[in-house]
Design a protein. Sequence first.
Lengths: 188, 106
Amino acid sequence: MSAVDDYLGELARHLRASPWRRRRILAEVRAHLEDAGSEGIDRFGPPDEVAARFNEVAPPHPRLAAVAVLVGVVAVFGFVQGLESHIPPAPWPEGEAPSRLDTLFSLATGCYLAAIVLAVAALVLRRAPVALAACAALGLTVLLLAVHAFRRADLVAGSPPAWQLALVTAAALTPPLVGAALAARRLS
Amino acid sequence: MRGEVLKGHLELLVLSALRSEAAHGYAIIKRLRERSGGEFDLLEGSIYPALHRLEDRGFVSSRWSTVEGRRRRVYALTRRGRRALAEQERDWERFTTAMRLVLGQA
């Protein structure tokens, strides 16, 4: 094994990065050390220090975040369908729900559609701010739907208990929160 | 001149080295050393994390390319990077002007 291989092995040991990123870093450093010749390793710096500098760079994962949001979009749809089949029918006539409930549901629908559009845009553009916006839109969707569900439960007898609604809300919030974490910093 | 003195200016130096044409990491280091008359003797391992950070911020783009028969990651300034370079150069001018005033060299 050459000195370059030894150095790269030591560097790899200290790197905290995704496999793809690790491969890229090692390939770049190898190319550099091969260019630099015999003094290259000394001039490059101790592998633990170099790895620490790479570890400070925290690239966002906008595409993974976008996928998390899209999973969340499907999950939210599933949760809403599931809830609707388990809640008692509303006592008010079709289309005559209390206006606050209608407004909440309309806002939630708008945020939901925005989350889908932003998630697709994040997939294409690979921009962390767009992915974060998608996460925010989906998170807001869940919160608005939760408020809607709690208010409706107050008005309709026989609705699921608050703890069940809170549990569903927490589960539905997981994908946008995971997505936000991915968009904001790297997975080690 | 190396280490801490250059660390704070690394971003500006790298962006500046890429102004005229795209380059890989080793070429950037050589360019900086030559242009500074050998004064800027960077710890070479610091350049690549700096390049990755600049790429994450959208200031440079990169792609694998074969240069002189070897596969290398080549970096180029983006439009956003050019704007950042212009802005950082203005900041640098203001800083050096202020330093000269303070030191009584103006």
